[in-house]
Design a protein. Structure first.
Length: 133
């Protein structure tokens, strides 16, 4: 370890190059660059303040949380789809999930509609339910 430090220190002298020092010691310059980086990383880590220790923390329950039995009312959104179908969801629903639901419902409705129009196959239970809605 001491020899590595001396070789790295030699490479840091003004006017010296990594490749010259590496050749003089029978090393590849990439190895000398790696040693230099390792020593710099170790110096930086030693200079950083130590990470704070984990401190357990316990917080009281938030005030105003609905308890079991209390009714919770939130805003709802209603989207009317083609064919008079409606989708109702809580207003806090994730937009990506809502988009996926709409795409799924529209594709099912379109597929069932095409099946009924062209008679390509018997209506599946899903299509039969969709036609009743």
């Amino acid at each position: 370890m001491q020899q590595k430090r001396e070789i790295v220190a030699e490479a840091q002298v003004a006017g010296a190059t990594i490749s010259e020092v590496a050749r003089r010691h029978g090393l590849r310059s990439s190895l000398l660059f790696r040693w230099r980086r390792e020593f710099l990383d170790a110096e930086r880590a030693a200079a950083r303040p130590p990470q704070p220790a984990f401190v357990p923390l316990s917080l009281p329950a938030p005030a105003g949380v609905a308890t079991v039995g209390e009714r919770f009312c939130s805003a709802m959104i209603e989207i009317e789809l083609a064919g008079g179908h409606r989708l109702r969801a809580d207003a806090s629903i994730d937009a990506g999930l809502l988009r996926s639901l709409i795409e799924l419902l529209v594709s099912r409705w379109s597929r069932c509609r095409a099946d009924r129009m062209f008679g390509s196959r018997q209506a599946s239970p899903t299509c039969a339910k969709a036609s009743m809605d």
